[in-house]
Ligand binder design. Structure first.
Ligand code: HEC
Length: 135
């Protein structure tokens, strides 16, 4: 019984730090998305090795985001899924050299950034961003 109490207590203490770490990972993912998004925006064709690299990097961040949002907000999880699907199309189009398809997929990805930010992100007075905590 005593052992069980100790285990439960340890879990309770540990939980906030697990959550804090998830949020830190999320913000790190956003920063990486920002870099890759702008790298792609600067490429008129969005094809070739660098375009594939950035599309795959974002696809893996979006994949993590799907799990993150499924526990918190269904609409945001849907935008993460749509963005992931568009990033897979973008990576394939970049690989096959199909610039029109790559540009179209990139525009879809950009919409998911905007939709989710409008719904789930707030700008603080100091210019930093935070989560809208209503889930
Ligand atoms: C499904 C939701 C969602 C999607 C999709 C999404 N974001 Fe975010 N983003 C957020 C939330 C919520 C925050 C605020 C929390 C934070 O800053 O970590 C944020 C914060 C950011 C920040 C600020 C990070 C910081 O320093 O605090 C940047 C930059 C960013 N997003 C870029 C992007 C880009 C670029 C895309 C699209 C390629 C994107 N995001 C897609 C939800 C999303």
């Amino acid at each position: 019984m005593k052992a069980l109490t100790i285990v439960l207590f340890a879990l309770l203490l540990g939980l906030p730090s697990v959550i804090a770490e998830q949020y830190r990972d999320f913000t790190a993912g956003m920063k990486a998305c920002h870099e890759s998004y702008h790298a792609l925006a600067d490429m008129p064709n969005k094809t070739g090795r660098q375009a594939i690299h950035h599309a795959e990097r974002m696809a893996s961040i979006y994949e993590d985001m799907i799990g993150f949002w499924r526990q918190r907000n269904a609409a945001a999880a849907k935008w993460a899924e749509q963005g992931k699907a568009a990033l897979v199309v973008l990576a394939a189009a970049a690989y096959s050299g199909d610039s029109a398809r790559a540009n179209e997929a990139f525009a879809t990805v950009g919409q998911t950034c905007k939709e989710c930010h409008d719904a789930r992100r707030v700008k603080l007075p100091d210019g930093h961003y935070e989560f809208k905590h209503q889930w």
